[in-house]
Write a protein that binds this ligand. Structure first.
Ligand code: S3P
Length: 430
């Protein structure tokens, strides 16, 4: 297992790449397929550790699964009440999406479940999901707000009308999954739009979900019908190469077949405000998920104040974005991004210390970061086991004056196992 990267300065990226399947959509495809009536065929599945943790958990819950190829999964739906008690605790590894969505799904079952994870996941907040699930009637315990999460089965759930205190697609999705098992209608209101893959995919499985004015509602008791799901390329994985392209694609760089759901692509708007040269060529039907080829060309970037409305739409892209900000001329400020402190690592603190190690002036704010763009040196970075931090600093090598050594990178395999190979193909010296 690769535990660290040594990335030497390279000055250009180029060519055409295809990033692996979307992580958020892969998790959802497995879970919805598992409770559907009949089989579901998933293509373009992300064979990363996070999604494989979901796959193992569903198998432990009695779901039949075949994998004719690493990126193809046939899920034999167990039906609305077909899941069975697992023999032990379900270990979700590093996967926040998996544990939180499964909390919702398992709250409505007739058996007990326990969810655990790796050291990072065991530190992450779970009450944001447990609290509204309890309001629906679920019986759930957390350990001081963190895993292990113990779910007592057999609870009668009722629909609720819930206003999310934070913009979180994981919490929204967990409630929608529990809502399938609840009596009456559940309504979830978001403070800002977040990724809507669950809503789109539920419709594909035949569920009636309505979304209007920031409110999603779903009537309980609806059954899912198995279907085909083609998972698009993960925009969040493409993001590292989009930033790399902005910094060093002097002849252009193309990313093929990337999911460009507007609830995911805030990074494109942020980079364009900085002066980036990015072109999207949409193809496919646009439903249920829009897909495009993304063409990027290097350009001079200027610092910006990140508009609040874009923060939730780029929530996973900030590690990569901060590298762009560090390479830009002038100052970039992000606020309203306190959620970054409770990701796989405290991404505000870890990015600030990493950028500091490369000689970039950076001010850590309570809910954001202020970065003064400048010349980056080489240096030593600790990714704190956070896949996106590791990949972001690999991209920084395109503008650094010396080698960057990045420690604790094994978790890149959670979302993008092929990153080193694709990074080298694009021109990084990793
Ligand atoms: C995700 C939602 C986001 C995101 C995560 C994936 C999802 O988390 O950061 O990587 O698939 O629903 P939050 O819901 O905590 O914002």
């Amino acid at each position: 297992m690769t535990t660290h990267y040594l990335v030497r300065p390279a000055r250009s990226v180029h060519g055409e790449l295809r990033v692996p399947g979307d992580k958020s959509i892969s998790h959802r495809a497995l879970m919805l397929g598992a409770i559907a009536d009949g089989p579901s065929a998933i293509s373009g599945f992300l064979a990363g550790e996070d999604c494989l943790a979901t796959l193992s958990a569903l198998m432990a819950l009695g779901v039949g699964v075949q994998r004719p190829a690493p990126t193809e999964v046939l899920v034999h739906g167990a039906g609305h009440h077909g899941l069975l008690a697992a023999a032990g605790a379900l270990d979700m590894g590093n996967a926040g999406t998996a544990i939180r969505l499964l909390m919702g799904l398992l709250a409505g079952q007739r058996f007990d479940s326990t969810l655990i994870g790796d050291a990072s996941l065991m530190r992450r907040p779970m009450e944001r999901v447990a609290t509204p699930l309890r309001a629906m009637g679920a019986r759930i315990e957390t350990a001081d707000g963190r895993p292990p999460v113990r779910i007592h089965g057999g609870a009668a759930l009722s629909g609720i009308d819930y206003a999310l205190p934070m913009a979180s697609a994981q919490v929204k999705s967990a409630l929608l999954l529990a809502a399938l098992y609840a009596h009456g209608t559940t309504q979830v209101t978001e403070p800002a739009p977040t990724r809507d893959h669950t809503e789109r995919m539920l419709r594909g499985f035949g569920v009636d979900v309505t979304s209007t004015g920031g409110r999603v509602s779903l009537a309980g008791g609806q059954r899912l019908t198995g279907c085909r799901i083609a998972v698009p390329g993960d925009f969040s994985s493409a993001a590292f190469f989009i930033v790399a392209g902005c910094l060093a694609a002097h002849q252009g760089l193309t990313l093929r077949d990337v999911g460009v759901n507007p609830t995911r692509t805030g990074l494109l708007q942020m980079l364009r405000l900085m002066g980036a040269d990015i072109e999207l060529v949409p193809h496919g039907a646009g439903a249920p998920e829009p897909i495009a080829d993304i063409h990027v060309r290097a350009s001079a970037l200027r610092g910006i104040e990140v508009p609040q409305a874009l923060v939730a739409l780029a929530i996973d892209e900030f590690p990569a974005f901060f590298i762009a900000a560090a390479a830009a001329e002038g100052q970039t400020t992000v606020t309203g991004a306190a959620e970054l402190r409770v990701k796989e690592s405290d991404r505000l603190a870890v990015m600030a210390s990493g950028l500091g190690a490369l000689g970039i002036e950076c001010q850590l704010l309570e809910d954001g970061l202020r970065i003064r763009g400048g010349r980056m040196s080489g240096g030593r970075i600790d990714s704190h086991g956070d896949h996106r931090i590791a990949m972001a600093f690999a991209v920084a090598s395109l503008v650094a004056s010396g080698p960057i050594e990045i420690a604790d990178v094994a978790n890149v395999a959670t979302s993008f196992p092929d990153f080193p190979r694709l990074a080298r193909a694009a021109g990084l010296d990793l």
